[in-house]
Design a protein around this ligand. Structure first.
Ligand SMILES: *[C@@H]1O[C@H](CO)[C@@H](O)[C@H](O)[C@H]1NC(C)=O
Length: 453
């Protein structure tokens, strides 16, 4: 029954395509912060990222000329940030042109600068005169780029999610009154005109609680249902992103792209930051983010929009102030060893994985000979929840719908068997992709061949 459904859905060609998907290069962006007195020189960083990792874009919090020089001819995209204090002056076109000539033009196009962010989280941190001048500075800098004949650098600015008045459920989200029409509508109008993305910094990290732990870090969970849109959210990242999207739609800017300027998770914190800060949570969150990014899937409300994403951050930065967690957001230590594995090291590079929290795929998994099936004791209610969850995650569930090739046999166990395996295979075949709150298990025996043998 269930097993014949599985067989029909993995004919040789789709299995072949599946393997290609799984072995394709995982790319991602990272924020390269420099608040450390033990960080390697930019030239070494550029070489390391290019040769050893699949990171294909970085974002920096200034216009550091050493970094811009170091990334010349690496092919790695570089997003730079105008210091907040420059914003009022940049509303003057002559000043904006001088600023470009001094900070950008010497390095461009050898260094592939893709964005200039005009300040960082200005609405969140203020002061008011920066907020008041933000859109004008963005527009003037854009005009200066055009006058310099530079067409492929886009202007944006990053916003904290403090711009939202509410985010749960996403369908009822909206921007804070005052900022909505006063600042964000003009920012979005600018993005629409210049085809640049609206950039936000969502941190499910800050919404974590022991109760929603799995939902926060991309682990299997029952999801959160939005009764107004009838969409089920499988993770908090998607929920926050759709909250931003709905807020934009309410201002009639649903056509503007969204990019993630920063998101990440700290691997180590003080005792009061437990159990949130752990290597396991950081690896699960950032790893889930990389897999999601590379799947090309968007959010439940915008399933076909891949969201450009920059993880925070590249290194642990020992001079950041605040609690211990602030100094432990890095994917790498200053000596380039990875803090955990999220699948971004280039093939053939033996990453010295320190605490291995999630076992890498065992060699036998690489040949496509593992399947995820419902446990014998799993109840129909559990299996139905698994179907609802998987089908909300962008997995194609048409085959188990009426008229679909796997609709028969029409029972919950057969349908769950199909979707649970499809999810396990496409998410990268990690054991936790087949956990389903304890209702799934991995088998090494092809359930379909055992039926026929
Ligand atoms: C998270 O998932 C694990 C494994 O699926 C499960 O044992 C645990 O109870 C879940 N935690 C919560 C708070 O739901």
């Amino acid at each position: 029954m269930a097993v014949s459904a599985t067989r029909r859905h993995f004919p040789p060609t789709s299995l072949f395509l599946l393997l290609i998907t799984i072995t394709s290069v995982q790319s991602i962006g990272v924020n390269y912060g420099t608040l450390g007195d033990n960080l390697p020189p930019p030239a070494q960083v550029a070489q390391f990222l290019k040769d050893r990792t699949t990171i294909d874009r970085i974002k920096i919090f200034d216009v550091n000329p050493d970094i811009l020089r170091a990334f010349a001819n690496t092919g790695i995209l570089v997003a730079v940030t105008v210091p907040n204090g420059e914003i009022p002056a940049l509303t003057d076109l002559a000043y904006a042109r001088r600023w470009l000539a001094a900070n950008i033009e010497p390095f461009y196009p050898q260094t592939k600068i893709n964005y200039i962010l005009v300040g960082n989280e200005i609405l969140h941190w203020g002061p008011q005169n920066l907020v008041d001048n933000l859109v004008a500075a963005m527009r003037t800098l854009h005009q200066a780029l055009i006058l310099s004949g530079i067409k492929d650098i886009k202007i944006t600015t990053a916003h904290s999610l403090g711009i939202l008045e509410s985010s749960d459920p996403p369908s009822l989200a909206k921007f804070r009154p005052g900022w909505d029409k006063g600042v964000l509508a003009p920012v979005l109008q600018f993005h629409r005109e210049t085809k640049s993305p609206f950039m936000v910094n969502p941190y499910p990290y800050f919404g974590y609680s022991p109760e929603n732990a799995n939902f926060s870090v991309f682990h299997t969970n029952r999801g959160v249902f939005d009764k107004f849109t009838k969409r089920t959210y499988g993770n908090m990242f998607d929920m926050l992103m759709d909250a931003v999207y709905v807020s934009m739609m309410k201002l009639r800017y649903g056509d503007v792209d969204i990019a993630v300027g920063e998101t990440g998770w700290s691997a180590l914190g003080e005792s009061f930051e437990q159990p949130r800060c752990s290597v396991e949570n950081a690896a699960a969150y950032n790893g889930g983010l990389v897999r999601k990014y590379n799947s090309g899937r968007g959010t439940p409300l915008r399933p076909r929009k891949k969201v450009e994403t920059y993880i925070f951050g590249l290194f642990n930065e020992n001079q950041k102030t605040g609690p211990l967690s602030e100094r432990n957001f890095g994917l790498f230590r200053p000596d380039f060893t990875p803090v955990y594995d999220i699948g971004i090291m280039r093939e053939g590079v033996a990453a010295p994985l320190q605490p291995i929290q999630r076992p890498a795929l065992p060699p036998s998994a690489g040949d496509g000979k593992k399947w995820c099936v419902p446990k014998a004791g799993a109840t129909d209610a559990e299996l139905q929840a698994n179907i609802d969850y998987v089908c909300s995650q962008g997995v194609d569930c048409h085959p188990i719908q009426p008229g679909g090739a796997c609709f028969d046999p029409d029972n919950v166990r057969a349908h769950a068997s199909f979707v649970m395996n499809a999810f396990y295979q496409t998410e990268g075949r990690h054991e936790f992709n087949c956990d389903f709150s304890g209702s799934g298990s991995i088998t090494f025996t092809d359930p379909s061949t055992s039926l026929y043998s």
